[in-house]
Design a protein around this ligand. Sequence first.
Ligand SMILES: [Zn+2]
Length: 132
Amino acid sequence: MAYADIESRFFRLAQAISRTVPDRVKIGAVLTKNRKILSVGFNRMDKTHTAMDRLGCKKRLHAELSAVIGVRWSDVQGAVLFLYRTMRNGKLGMSRPCCHCQIILRNAGIRRVYYTDPSHPNSVDFMDIRGR
Ligand SMILES: [Zn+2]
């Protein structure tokens, strides 16, 4: 199976998760490594992360952190994250990680993040968190 097919599978899963989020902001996350799923996450109002408290970001646990929490540190090293945001009208929305999450993802060892971006010709863009 081509990597693009696997990527689109991860995005479809992230999309399905995002649609279940009982919040105005609907973001699903799929954490992967070596083309296998490590965990999934979604943004939630009922949980936060100590690192978010330190950074002054207490409002909600963002989907990308929700996916990373609870995964073994050694597994997270070099992992690839997929983020999908569903808007209330059902269309995809921007899910680029915020600056707080980017810091935490970098410290956690995430290698690359793919995220939905309605302004991008392919509706998807990515950022390399770690240069290795
Ligand atoms: Zn964030």
